[in-house]
Design a protein around this ligand. Structure first.
Ligand SMILES: *[C@@H]1O[C@H](CO)[C@@H](O)[C@H](O)[C@H]1NC(C)=O
Ligand SMILES: *[C@@H]1O[C@H](CO)[C@@H](O)[C@H](O)[C@H]1NC(C)=O
Ligand SMILES: *[C@@H]1O[C@H](CO)[C@@H](O)[C@H](O)[C@H]1NC(C)=O
Ligand SMILES: *[C@@H]1O[C@H](CO)[C@@H](O)[C@H](O)[C@H]1NC(C)=O
Length: 407
């Protein structure tokens, strides 16, 4: 009897112990293991396709070489000694914000060296800080990589994946292809070199004849970082697989538009829409511009790869490429023409990137305008470009026409 009652009370104590343990496990740990729906962040996406405004314009802001580090603790390079104390990555952020406020672009293109990998122990954090003004603006934006982005904790593939998942980003890691030899609807990544090769179409304004058609094409290429060729170190370059993809989609567009006959007399019924391209490292032919007239400043050597992979030849063969926008050489901000294609530098925008003391950080704007005929938008009319300086009034300089329908 005595024995059985002590057995009973020890069972009771044991049960109480179990209940308390379950309670503690539940409150202390279990709630942390379950997913709190309030905390899930779904990517915010802009409306696609990109589209011209009702006034027939589409404005692109090109931001090159932000070279972002860690933010407020990352100091500026090449500013006056008197400016050094109060200058950090935050100045780059403020510049990008002011550019967006003043220009009110429809789209922002970041052309690489967005972050300066070796100045940050956390690539993801640096990316979020660098692209914050773009994400907060709620404007569609896209980026490609330069040669410095991957010098921290993420590979180029990881960087492009993260960039493609950021709010309002329309960047892609690589194009997907429909594989017709398999089940319908299956898309596979193409066997393409690099990360950040993709195209975007810009459709005509709502309610216009061009509303459901691509009027302008934007394409993005990964120009790589550094490589060793025959024992010599050099910059990366655009590979044959990437050029192949470019030729392929240019061909596909020509086929599509071969059938497009909505607008009698419009060049759109005959040829593929004009295209603008964005990548980081200049192609070797840009050195030919040392001997030609350029718009803007050419004040440092063009730092391209010594490998010429035939990018210019491919772009010319596509026939519809009007402009290419690059970065990499911060102290060059010129546009020069090669075989009827404009090659334009953005000019360095980032304060932690090298620059030239007394030469303002800057960014490029590209305005694409449609032309009107009998009250409807029929065609691409004109492409103009200018730059904005990070001075008190965000001075607008070097405005030029890159392409005009009539010329
Ligand atoms: C950087 O930003 C600070 C704070 O707004 C400003 O005082 C300083 O002049 C800026 N420096 C440069 C070089 O623009
Ligand atoms: C499509 O799938 C087939 C069969 O799996 C494969 O052999 C072919 O390479 C694929 N094509 C592309 C473009 O990926
Ligand atoms: C890229 O180009 C291809 C070929 O013209 C087209 O089918 C595809 O829709 C384009 N992608 C985007 C996002 O515009
Ligand atoms: C474009 O597509 C929308 C939706 O399918 C349609 O309502 C509209 O009439 C089309 N516009 C033109 C100009 O074809």
């Amino acid at each position: 009897m005595n024995n059985s009652s002590s057995n009973c009370s020890s069972t009771l104590i044991f049960l109480i112990f179990i209940v308390i343990s379950i309670y503690i496990i539940h409150t202390k740990f279990f709630l942390h293991l379950t997913i709190n729906l309030d905390q899930i962040h779904l990517k915010k996406s802009p409306q696609l396709p990109l589209r011209f405004n009702n006034d027939g314009t589409f404005k692109i802001l090109q931001v090159a070489d932000m070279h972002y580090g860690q933010g407020v603790i990352t100091r500026c390079k090449d500013v006056f000694a008197s400016e050094f104390k109060y200058c950090s990555d935050v100045n780059t952020t403020m510049f990008v914000q002011r550019l967006i406020d003043v220009e009110k672009p429809d789209f922002i293109a970041f052309t690489g060296d967005n972050i300066f990998g070796s100045s940050t122990p956390d690539a993801a954090e640096s990316l979020f800080k660098a692209f914050r003004p773009a994400m907060e603006s709620r404007l569609p934006w896209a980026a490609v990589l330069g040669n410095h982005d991957q010098e921290s904790t993420m590979t180029r593939e990881e960087l492009m994946s993260l960039i493609s998942l950021m709010d309002y980003s329309v960047s892609q890691v690589n194009p997907l292809v429909q594989n017709s030899s398999r089940q319908q609807g299956i898309v596979l990544p193409t066997g393409i070199d690099g990360f950040g090769n993709y195209n975007l179409s810009v459709h005509g304004p709502y309610g216009s004849l061009l509303a459901n058609h691509s009027v302008l094409n934007l394409f993005f290429l990964d120009s790589g970082d550094r490589i060793t060729v025959e024992g010599r170190r050099t910059y990366g370059y655009i590979r044959e697989s990437q050029l192949d993809w470019l030729r392929g989609f240019s061909q596909a567009q020509q086929d599509e538009h071969g059938e497009f006959n909505c607008c009698e007399g419009s060049p759109f019924s005959r040829k593929s829409p004009p295209a603008l391209g964005f990548f980081h490292i200049p192609i070797p032919e840009i050195r030919q511009l040392y001997y030609q007239k350029v718009f803007g400043r050419l004040q440092e050597a063009v730092a391209s790869s010594f490998v010429n992979s035939g990018v210019l030849k491919t772009l010319v063969s596509m026939k519809n490429v009007k402009g290419i926008f690059i970065g990499h050489d911060h102290n060059n901000d010129f546009c020069g023409n090669l075989d009827s294609i404009w090659f334009c530098y953005g000019g360095g925008s980032g304060y932690h990137g090298y620059g030239k003391v007394g030469w303002d950080r800057r960014a490029r704007v590209v305005l694409v305008e449609l032309s009107k005929k009998e009250n409807s938008w029929l065609d691409l009319g004109r492409i103009t470009s200018w730059k904005r300086l990070d001075d008190d009034i965000l001075s607008k300089i070097d405005e030029q026409v890159l392409w005009d329908q009539g010329s």
